[in-house]
Design a protein around this ligand. Sequence first.
Ligand code: NAD
Ligand code: DAU
Length: 357
Amino acid sequence: MNKAIIVTGGAGFIGANFVLDWLANSDVTVINLDCLTYAGNRENLASLEGDARHIFVQGNIGDSELVRGLFTQYQPCAVVNFAAESHVDRSIHSPEDFIQTNIVGTFRLLEAARIYWGGLSDDDKAAFRFLHVSTDEVYGSLKKDDPAFREDNKYEPNSPYSASKAASDHLVRAYHHTYGLPVLTTNCSNNYGPYHFPEKLIPLLITHALAGKNLPVYGDGQQIRDWLFVVDHCRGIRRVLEAGKVGETYNIGGWNEMANLDIVHTVCDLLDEARPRADGKSYREQITFVTDRPGHDRRYAIDATKIEKDLGWKPQETFQTGIRKTIQWYLDNPEWVANVQSGSYRDWVEKNYAERG
Ligand code: NAD
Ligand code: DAU
């Protein structure tokens, strides 16, 4: 077994941040398997050009032959599975892709890992890890005064996206219970930060504000999410990979619950400071309330006590520091923003928002 890890979905938002963070902290080679959907972007990895520790393979986690070949060729000591369809609104419009990648794809990846792992020596078997990156959305929606999600909360997914992630979590669990595959699962809250594709709330707000477009708030804007700076999530995953107990689940969150409308106001106010509008008015003028997301979960919140107590991880950024870094990154990278706003991105924005009135 080599000092190499397979990272899937490493050209997406969190995956790319993870690869960059990993290689800033380790010389263990990354085999980055990503099929480059609309959300995958090799520009996110441009700073690794010419770095022999990063091997990019364009391919699908559901392509069993390809994936088995990668295991045989690179003899990895771990897999970190980020590859997924990740946007709730898209899962409402087209659930099929979510079933294929998040369920069937994860199953095929697990199967390839199980076959490879079965052929390792006892020492290498014990050292191998399959880390599955999942979401807090599998636990469903909290009421205002409910305690935050713990690892033993029951699964109550409400969207095709969260249902497909829940199914993949169950498969990962079953591969440990039935075959002994050394798995770890992390369930994380909403991430934000550099390289975030502008279909999601925070980057959509920043890019729409700067472009003079409407800032669409679904429903009453009082839905609550628990925001975590993406680099903190990446550090958490590294820590779980290093010291997590095999077969266990770790919730990762920012201890930072905020209503969507407060997020929108914060982004507007920081942009008012950093890049004032030409007419001197606030970006808040661009806020527009639109039709709600069907089945919209009201509140997510993570209780991250277990990872803090057992593994010593806690977030380093507060929302105030993380959101400033994020806004600055978008102001500093207009070319990245322009390049991701391709025809298919514009088609998506048209489709998702036109019908919201
Ligand atoms: P993303 O949509 O930005 O990136 C997904 C990446 O996976 C893309 O690069 C895409 O090309 C790739 N991909 C998709 N299908 C693939 C396939 N079949 N084979 C190979 N590659 C494929 O997603 P993200 O926001 O970076 O999320 C990464 C993971 O973290 C997902 O599993 C998601 O469920 C989970 N997660 C995300 C958040 C969040 O706030 N973004 C929070 C918790 C958990
Ligand atoms: O909780 C973790 C999850 O967070 C991840 O598993 C998902 O992959 C990730 O996309 C994210 O899901 P959300 O649905 O919470 O994120 P999104 O950015 O799409 O929306 C955040 C909130 O903002 C949500 O309540 C819907 C609302 N929203 C979103 C958009 C795109 C708006 O009000 N307006 C918008 O235009």
